[in-house]
Design a protein around this ligand. Structure first.
Ligand code: ADP
Length: 505
């Protein structure tokens, strides 16, 4: 009898497959990286064929390692890096161009033109997003405008678009031999093309980007009792398993952290940071620079929405200390270095490497290190880097309180940076709110597994999943109110220094 659920997590830097048991415990996993293709400044691409090869490999290796077969899996869920865009030929299965990754800024002129032409307000209202290079719509337009023959093929539905969930699901269900062309509302809500209320593609939004409807996938629930399809016998699982869930990675982590009630939030600390607050069936439109997005849609239930604060550079600022400045040899060493000092020595580092995302949305900003004096050392810089991760989070938490009226009594965290004890202590101090990390750190894959298992009845209710959540560690605030206020005032001044630095046009 099948007793496990599988989850494929196709992320920005790697692809992993994980198998979970009924208690939400990890049974097996395997992970492989893929190439980051950087053709010129600001451009970031992935090879979709390589991603599919990695997907096949991680599934096969995981099953082999754990001596499992397709028959041991009740269902399979997919979670993915969001916004990254693929256009491929339905007949040959070949991509027309490399995937354009969410961090890629080549569409800055498309985004600026939308604002200039007065379309920003419509996009904000209907799609919940500000026009920005981050989202998929402009990336699809760029491929249609710049790759020969694609537009014509898109009109007839031969060239088709998908975010990575769609690309992987199409391949898992047979590709050119009958693959399904589907996505879910969490991924579709990152395109600037979907109406958040109807959960359908919107003709006017499509017209802004001149995207033919024929190339778009069908939007199905994130947890689907009627499966999207089944895996193929000749595919990496070697047999049929129902594909019953798809969720963008941050929404999946929200599910994995069992944030099912309005007012519950999680913050994931990886390359960037992504804080999502469940707002229930209420669609909260932001006046403070947050995104309104679909959190999940389970079966025939009404969709649940979230407010999201996306921060582009957090863990990747630590990588920058390692790779560009060479002041640490590994990410974990940032903690040892920062512990050599008891405060930031007046130094603030705003890592606005690709402008500032939430809540500022300023593509004219660039990074700055301010407040330097002769006294400062590498240790202050390391400390300022960790503080920057926490201050950016505070900016987002404040915006969230303004938009929703919700004041967090605890912040649930996950992701690679949460291994840094000092950073998590600073987070509690800077927010004045306790920070709590769960035992199962792989909340993204776990969330996809939960959504897949809920669809089949493997788990019967979200309440059942709550009992699987266990705290590993909690950090309590220790700073005084004055300390907190003083520190944050300095941060706001530092952010001010980064603005208006580059001319976008
Ligand atoms: P992603 O899923 O975005 O690839 P992960 O959750 O795997 O990210 O986290 C990786 C990020 O975490 C990297 O940017 C790395 O610099 C950072 N990181 C990992 N360990 C630590 C640490 N001990 N202290 C600070 N940053 C860390």
């Amino acid at each position: 009898m099948a007793e496990f659920v599988g989850a494929l997590d196709q992320g920005t830097t790697s692809t992993r497959f994980m198998v979970f048991d009924h208690g939400g415990g990890e049974v097996a996993r395997h992970q492989l990286e893929h190439e980051q293709i950087l053709p010129r400044a600001g451009w970031v691409e992935h090879n979709p064929t390589e991603i599919w090869e990695r997907t096949r490999a991680v599934i096969q290796t995981t099953l082999n390692k754990a001596h499992l077969s397709h028959g041991d899996l009740v269902a399979l869920g997919v979670t993915n890096q969001r916004e990254t865009t693929v256009v491929w030929n339905r007949r040959t299965g070949r991509p027309y161009h490399n995937a354009i990754v969410w961090q890629d800024t080549r569409t800055d002129r498309i985004a600026a033109a939308l604002e200039r032409d007065g379309r920003g307000a419509t996009i904000r209202h209907r799609a919940g997003l500000p026009p920005a290079t981050y989202f998929a719509g402009g990336k699809v337009q760029w491929i249609l405008d710049n790759v020969e023959g694609v537009r014509q093929a898109a009109e007839t539905g031969e060239a088709i678009f998908g975010t990575i969930d769609t690309w992987v699901l199409w391949n898992l269900t047979g590709g050119t031999g009958g693959g399904v062309h589907v996505t879910d509302p969490t991924n579709a809500s990152r395109t600037m093309l979907m109406d958040l209320e109807t959960l359908d593609w919107d003709e006017e939004l499509l017209s802004f980007f001149t995207i033919p409807r024929a190339m778009l996938p069908t939007i199905k629930p994130s947890s689907a009792p009627e499966p999207y399809g089944v895996t193929r016998k000749d595919g990496p699982l070697g047999g049929e398993v129902a594909l019953t869930a798809a969720l963008g990675d941050q929404q999946a982590a929200t599910v994995g952290q069992v944030c099912f009630a309005p007012g519950e939030a999680k913050n994931t600390y990886g390359t960037g940071n992504f804080l999502l607050l469940n707002t229930g069936e209420e669609l909260v439109r932001s006046d403070s620079g947050l995104l309104t997005t679909v959190c999940y849609q389970f079966g025939r239930e009404r969709p649940v929405y979230a407010l999201e604060g996306s921060i582009a550079v957090t863990g990747s600022a630590v990588q920058w200390l390692r790779d560009q400045l060479g002041i640490i040899s590994g990410a974990a060493q940032s903690e040892d270095l920062a512990r050599q000092v008891t405060d930031n020595g007046g130094v603030y580092f705003v890592p606005a490497f690709s402008g500032l995302f939430a809540p500022y949305w300023r593509s004219d900003a660039r990074g700055a290190i301010v407040g330097l004096s002769r006294y400062n050392t590498n240790a202050h810089l390391a400390r300022a880097t960790l503080e920057a991760i926490c201050y950016q989070t505070r900016d987002v938490v404040e915006a969230m309180a303004r938009d929703s009226g919700v004041h967090l009594d605890v912040l649930k965290v996950d992701g690679g940076v949460t291994a840094n004890q000092l950073c998590m202590q600073l987070q509690a101090d800077i927010l004045g709110v306790p920070v709590s990390r769960p035992v199962v750190a792989e909340t993204t894959a776990l969330g996809a597994a939960y959504a897949a298992g809920l669809a089949t009845g493997f788990w019967s209710t979200t309440d059942e999943l709550r009992t699987n959540w266990n705290q590993d560690k909690r950090w309590q605030p220790t700073w005084t109110h004055t300390q907190r206020q003083h520190g944050y005032t300095g941060w706001k001044k530092a952010v001010g220094r980064t603005l208006d630095w580059v001319d976008v046009d």
